[in-house]
Design a binder for this molecule. Structure first.
Ligand SMILES: [Zn+2]
Length: 278
């Protein structure tokens, strides 16, 4: 009799493990959020992998969760999300990745960077490759530095250039892996969440740039600033003013370029903020 009761309880625990994926379907360049129902804390989750790559686990609203990003160039199709608990339970789910519509715009180069000539195009592409390489392997915290939902980096949000299209010129194509927001010169720019400043530096193309590491491979990049108000290694708060908007580097007018990166993949920032509506 006692043995039967035990069996029923154990079954109920197994049945309670479920993965809440939002959204259920994503396209190239988009993030998604997975909440692990039926796991008590971070220690009770052994691993979460998506297409074989491990994701960092954090607590959000009392439940273990992970954030995942789809590379802009990931092949559309179905990929497996696997969660393993420390007690041996395994839950698998298929996530469908759809194709993003390809949008191409012409590439213009401002006079301060040499204007629209083949030589300045080449210089732009070469400098971007160098800057991307130097920003590719930024160290990240082994736990999440944040607990509350993410905030927009500006008080007034007007997207002037969305994520995901390509700027094309002759033989070169440059993908826009962030979102541009309208921001007058010197508009305060706020950290989208708590984190540690890993980069505070001036680049030829990205201009004055700040990178905030939110831990577990999640980072936010703020570019073309006129002023940087933080130092590398500094812990910044959610909503803290970290710099002022400008047009330094490859920019034709003052704006904020924001990139959000999850485990090395720069995803659509607007879709990212949309994940934190709950
Ligand atoms: Zn941009």
């Amino acid at each position: 009799m006692n043995k039967n009761i035990f069996a029923v309880v154990a079954f109920a625990q197994i049945a309670s493990l479920s993965l809440l994926v939002s959204p259920a379907e994503v396209i190239q360049g988009e993030p998604f959020f997975v909440r692990i129902n039926g796991a008590a804390n971070i220690a009770s989750v052994k691993s979460v992998t998506f297409d074989g790559a491990a994701a960092g686990i954090f607590m959000y609203q009392g439940k273990p969760a992970v954030l995942l990003g789809i590379d802009l160039n990931k092949k559309p199709g179905s990929y497996e999300l696997i969660t393993k608990l420390s007690d041996g339970q395994v839950q698998k789910k298929t996530v469908d990745v759809g194709a993003r519509k390809k949008i191409v715009a012409p590439l213009g180069i401002p006079e301060k960077l040499g204007g629209n000539t083949p030589a300045s195009q080449k210089a732009l592409v070469n400098a971007l490759a160098e800057e991307n390489a130097s920003l590719a392997n930024i160290r990240t915290g082994t736990k999440a530095f944040w607990t509350e939902k993410f905030l927009m980096p500006l008080k007034e949000i007007i997207v002037t250039d969305p994520y995901g299209y390509s700027r094309q010129t002759g033989e070169y194509s440059i993908a826009h892996k962030g979102a541009d927001f309208r921001a007058k010169e010197s508009t305060p720019i706020m950290a989208i969440n708590r984190g540690v400043v890993r980069v505070a530096k001036t680049y030829r193309e990205y201009g004055k740039t700040i990178v905030v590491d939110h831990g577990l491979g999640l980072m936010s990049f703020y570019m073309h600033l006129s002023k940087i108000k933080v130092n590398v290694g500094e812990l910044v708060g959610r909503g803290q003013v970290i710099g002022l908007a400008g047009q330094t580097g490859y920019a034709e007018s003052p704006h904020l370029h924001l990139t959000v990166r999850i485990n090395g993949f720069s995803i659509d920032p607007i879709k990212f903020f949309g994940l934190f509506q709950f």
